[in-house]
Design a protein around this ligand. Structure first.
Ligand code: 1HN
Length: 357
C-alpha cells in the first residue's frame, strides 16, 4: 500500500497522533498551528477570565490601619492594598486593563515625589486633610473628590490635616498599569526632593479651567485634562439638581461622565470616569458593555446583580463589573456611585460595544 492510501484508512486516533507529532516537530522552530487556537483567539463574544467581585470597606479598613503599624508611607513609597481580581491572582489587576488599590496615608506622613508613564486617578474614600501635589500644584483631598495624576507628572502625597482635623485618609487608586505593561512602554523616576516645591496657589487649575472658560493663550497639547481635582461638592450638586428636574434613565439612573473641558473627551486618555445617582427604590434594567468597570460606592446601600451574582453594597465598598457582564443596579437608599473604565481606549480602537436590554 502507498502512504496516501494508508492515510485514508488511518483511524482518528492515529490522525490525532500524527498531528501531535507534527506539532512536536514545529515547536522547536517557534511555530504553532493556528487551527488549534483560532476559536479562542477570536471568540464569538468576549470571554473574560475576570470575575465579578466586591471588596467590603468595613472588612478592609482595620487591615489597612494594621498595615500602618508594619510600614510607613515613606518606606513603602506608596502604602496600598491592591484589589486583585480573584480570578487572575498575581497580576495586580482588577480587570485585564486596569489596576486598583486602596491607599492609606496617616497624619504627618509623606509619600515621596516620583513620576511614571502610568496615569493615575485618586477617588477619595475616607477622611479629610491629606493633599497631593501634582506638577507643582497642591490640592486638598475631600471624600468623593476625583483627582488625576497625568502620565509623567511629578506627584507626592501628604497628610497635614485641615482645620484641626487630623485623621487617616484612604483613597481608591485607579491606574492604567496593565495597559502600559501590555505595550511595554513603562518608565519611572524618583524626584531629588521628597516633597515637591509648590509653584502655584491651591485652586489655580480649577479657576483657569473649571468654569466653562479657558485662558486665551493656553496652548493645549496635553492628553490629560488641565483640571486635576473635580471636587465632589460640585459634581454632587449637579446630580441633586438633575434628580429634581428630570426622570432617571431606566438603566443608569442619573449618570454623568467627567470631561476634559478642553476637548469634551475623557479627563484621562486611558480611563473614563463617571458619577451616577440612583434614586431611592430605583431598580435598573439590565445592560452590559465591553468596558469592564470599577465602582466605588459613595453614598447609600443597594445591590449590584453582576452576571447573575448578587452583591449587596454599602458606602466605601468597591466592586468590579467584568467586560460584557450583564449588570442591574438596585438602590435601597439614594445611592451615589463613582466608576471608571478603559472606555476611551476601546473608543479609540473602535471596538466599544454596549447593549441595553
Ligand atoms: C503610584 O505611584 C501610586 O502615586 C499609587 O500614589 C499606586 C501603583 C503602582 C505603581 C505606582 C501613587 C501605584 C503607583
Amino acid at each position: 500500500m502507498t502512504t496516501a492510501a494508508l492515510r485514508t484508512v488511518a483511524s482518528p486516533a492515529s490522525a490525532a497522533d500524527e498531528r501531535r507529532a507534527y506539532y512536536d516537530r514545529i515547536r522547536p522552530l517557534h511555530l504553532t498551528p493556528l487551527w488549534e487556537s483560532l476559536h479562542a483567539l477570536v471568540p464569538r463574544e468576549p470571554q473574560t477570565p475576570c470575575a465579578p467581585a466586591l471588596w467590603r470597606y468595613d472588612a478592609i479598613r482595620p487591615l489597612l490601619m494594621e498595615s500602618a503599624e508594619l510600614i510607613t508611607a515613606d518606606e513603602a513609597v506608596r502604602r496600598v492594598l491592591v484589589l486583585e481580581n480573584p480570578a487572575i491572582p498575581g497580576r495586580s489587576s482588577i480587570t485585564q486593563s486596569l489596576y486598583a488599590g486602596l491607599q492609606l496615608i496617616m497624619p504627618g506622613e509623606v509619600a515621596p515625589s516620583h513620576r511614571h508613564v502610568q496615569s493615575a486617578l485618586r477617588f477619595i474614600v475616607d477622611g479629610t486633610g491629606a493633599y497631593t501635589t501634582v506638577g507643582g500644584e497642591r490640592t486638598t483631598m475631600h471624600p468623593g473628590d476625583f483627582i488625576i495624576t497625568p502620565s509623567w507628572a511629578w506627584h507626592d502625597h501628604g497628610n497635614e490635616g485641615i482645620e484641626g482635623v487630623s485623621e487617616p485618609v484612604v483613597w481608591l487608586d485607579g491606574l492604567d498599569i496593565p495597559m502600559v505593561r501590555f505595550f511595554d512602554a513603562g518608565f519611572a523616576e524618583n524626584d531629588d526632593a521628597k516633597v515637591q516645591h509648590v509653584a502655584r496657589p491651591e485652586g489655580h487649575s480649577l479657576a483657569r479651567f473649571g468654569h466653562n472658560m479657558v485662558p486665551l493663550r493656553h496652548d493645549h497639547t496635553s492628553a490629560t485634562s488641565p483640571i486635576f481635582n473635580y471636587p465632589y461638592a460640585r459634581s454632587r450638586e449637579a446630580l441633586a439638581q438633575l434628580q429634581r428636574q428630570e426622570a432617571p434613565d431606566a438603566w443608569l439612573g442619573h449618570k454623568l461622565r467627567y470631561i476634559n473641558p478642553l476637548t469634551g473627551g475623557s479627563p484621562m486618555p486611558t480611563i473614563a470616569t463617571h458619577l451616577q445617582l440612583l434614586p431611592r427604590g430605583f431598580v435598573g434594567k439590565t445592560h452590559r458593555a465591553t468596558d469592564g468597570a470599577v465602582y466605588s460606592v459613595v453614598e447609600g446601600r443597594g445591590t449590584a446583580h453582576i452576571a447573575g451574582q448578587r452583591f449587596d453594597f454599602a458606602p466605601r465598598d468597591t466592586f468590579v463589573v467584568p467586560s460584557w457582564a450583564p449588570l442591574e443596579l438596585v438602590a435601597s437608599d439614594e445611592v451615589v456611585l463613582f466608576s471608571f473604565s478603559d472606555r476611551p481606549v476601546q473608543q479609540a480602537m473602535g471596538v466599544l460595544r454596549e447593549s441595553f436590554d
